[in-house]
Ligand binder design. Structure first.
Ligand code: SAH
Ligand code: SF4
Ligand code: F3S
Length: 493
């Protein structure tokens, strides 16, 4: 990859969903990010970039890497489309409405591209990994200059070089990937909280989900690379890290030389002096007893568990290929609660899976009632081309799906309100992120359990861990007042 490639035709590599499904047995290679080629180090001098990020935290963090690469080429960030010399859309393919937003954005940017022909307009992220999307862009959005996928972000300098000097659209999307690239530059959005990838890809192939095709096979970063990154963040004064993976509990399963799993990693992260450690997302299937034991040691490991259930019906879970039953999920939750009595659970739920009956939906309602989640992300099933569920017969009308979503949300909101109400009068620890978005006189931050708290207090608290007394709980947020050290001592905290 170090030599300059002049033959642009070789830069047309389109994605292939079938190829993406084949999981090779070949060893995972750890590659090091190479330096930006000499002739690309100055191309961005005096120029600006804008990255629009859609989708999950994985994408948010990928955008930080893309920004890091662009800044090493001399580009600086802007929030204004009009000012930008390069605009990248880092896309999400999880549901149809996520894709619609991107196509809407691309349509809108056409005028800007006409006004400013030198603008580089690129599409990356999960949608680029889909054949149908790339074909649609080739046909109907010819003002796009560059398409690259989730596996070849490290090649951005070369791809950009080609986009800058070629009149053709540059497309490079690798369908199968088994590599881990270390030492990529990153521009982290704040100096307080950081995302840290611990693994990439997903091998679960839940029947509704596009992620295993867009993100490749499960592969873990080496423990020393993860731990060194977190130690470095701690030294730089970060207060919180969130460990990222589509299924963090599968961490280490792919190591052939060491026996080191997610529980072991958490046990080592626990010893690093960073005040808060979160992780997302955990699949109930690989949540083992050792992990529960380690999480119960608490310290910087926060008592918040995001444990997506998807459905409360074992029959639907089977159709989804989640590989656990309602009972197994509830049993796992019971074990976690036993070890961590004040654990806060949140979840993801899909309603209207193909063929879901009213009774099966009611099982989801009863599971939500039983679990008493603090909050839930709820979605209407969206068929994704190339996935097994997209071929299943679906006789549930859209109005019924919408009505089920409403019933589920009504129930969850009632539970969320009740859960927050229980915090009235209590003093909680808050990591202060900044001024509230709505009111500059109010500060906002999050509890260990990831609840948003708005409170009154002096500005010098920003960036610190403080205590707040909750006096006005609401459904989605908590309102309170700062409790200083003196007051704390009085109440004996
Ligand atoms: N890896 C995570 C999920 C990542 S996707 C996990 O397994 O927990 C985030 C959520 O989007 C999923 O939990 C699921 O609830 C939802 N989702 C995924 N595919 C979907 C689809 N085709 N339609 C609707 N919701 C979907
Ligand atoms: Fe998708 Fe399932 Fe993998 Fe989560 S575990 S990313 S829902 S296939
Ligand atoms: Fe979307 Fe890709 Fe994340 S599909 S949810 S951005 S892994």
């Amino acid at each position: 990859m170090s030599q300059k490639v002049k033959d642009y035709s070789q830069y047309f590599i389109a994605p292939d969903l079938k190829a993406a499904k084949k999981r090779g047995k070949e060893e995972i290679q750890v590659l090091q990010f190479e330096q930006i080629p000499e002739n690309m180090r100055q191309v961005g001098q005096g120029k600006k970039y804008l990255i629009q990020t859609y989708g999950c935290q994985m994408n948010v963090h990928d955008s930080e890497t893309i920004a890091g690469i662009l800044e090493q080429m001399g580009y600086t960030a802007t929030e204004e489309e009009q000012e930008a010399d390069i605009i990248l859309l880092n896309t999400c393919a999880i549901r149809e409405n996520a894709e619609d937003k991107v196509f809407g954005g691309l349509g809108r940017l056409k005028r800007l591209k006409l006004e400013k022909p030198d603008l580089i307009l690129g599409v990356c992220g999960c949608m680029s990994q889909e054949e149908s999307v790339v074909n649609r862009i080739l046909q109907s959005y010819q003002h796009v200059d560059l398409i690259f996928g989730t596996h070849n972000i490290h090649r951005l300098p070369y791809l950009l070089q080609n986009a800058l000097f070629s009149k053709e659209m540059v497309v490079e999307v690798w369908s199968k990937e088994g590599d881990v690239v270390e030492n990529m530059p990153k521009v982290r959005t704040d100096g307080l909280r950081a995302w840290v990838n611990i693994m990439y890809g997903c091998d679960k192939f839940c029947t509704y989900c596009i992620v295993p095709y867009t993100r490749g096979k499960e592969r873990s970063r080496r423990p020393e690379d993860v731990l060194n990154e977190i130690r470095d963040l701690a030294r730089k004064g970060y207060q919180e890290v969130t460990l990222l993976g589509q299924n963090v509990n599968a961490y280490g399963k792919d190591f052939t030389d060491i026996n080191y799993r997610f529980g072991d990693l958490m046990d080592d992260v626990r010893k690093i002096g960073i005040p808060r450690v979160r992780f997302t997302t955990s699949h109930p299937r690989d949540f083992d007893d050792h992990l529960i034991e380690v999480l119960a040691k608490r310290g910087n490991l926060v008592e918040h568990i995001h444990l997506p259930v998807q459905s409360g019906s074992s029959a639907v879970l089977k159709m989804m290929a989640r590989k656990y039953t309602r009972e197994q999920y509830l049993e796992l939750a019971r074990k976690i609660k036993q070890a961590i009595p004040d654990a806060v659970f949140t979840t993801d739920i899909i309603v209207g899976f193909p063929g879901e009956t009213e009774e099966q939906f009611q099982e989801t309602l009863s599971l939500v009632e039983e679990m008493q989640y603090d909050s839930a992300f709820t979605f209407i099933y969206s068929p994704r081309e190339g996935t097994p569920a997209a071929k299943m017969k679906d006789d549930v009308p859209m109005e019924v799906k919408k009505e089920r979503l409403q019933r589920l949300n009504d129930l969850q909101n009632e539970i969320s309100r009740k859960k927050n109400e229980a915090l009235r009068g209590q003093i909680v620890e808050v990591l202060v992120e900044g001024e509230s978005k709505k009111n500059a006189n109010v500060l906002s931050g999050r509890t260990r359990t990831n609840k948003l708290v708005n409170f009154t207090g002096p500005k010098h608290l920003i960036g610190k861990l403080v205590h707040v007394r909750i006096d006005e709980p609401q459904t989605w947020t908590l309102k309170g007042v700062w409790v200083d050290q003196e007051q704390l001592a009085q109440v004996g905290v």
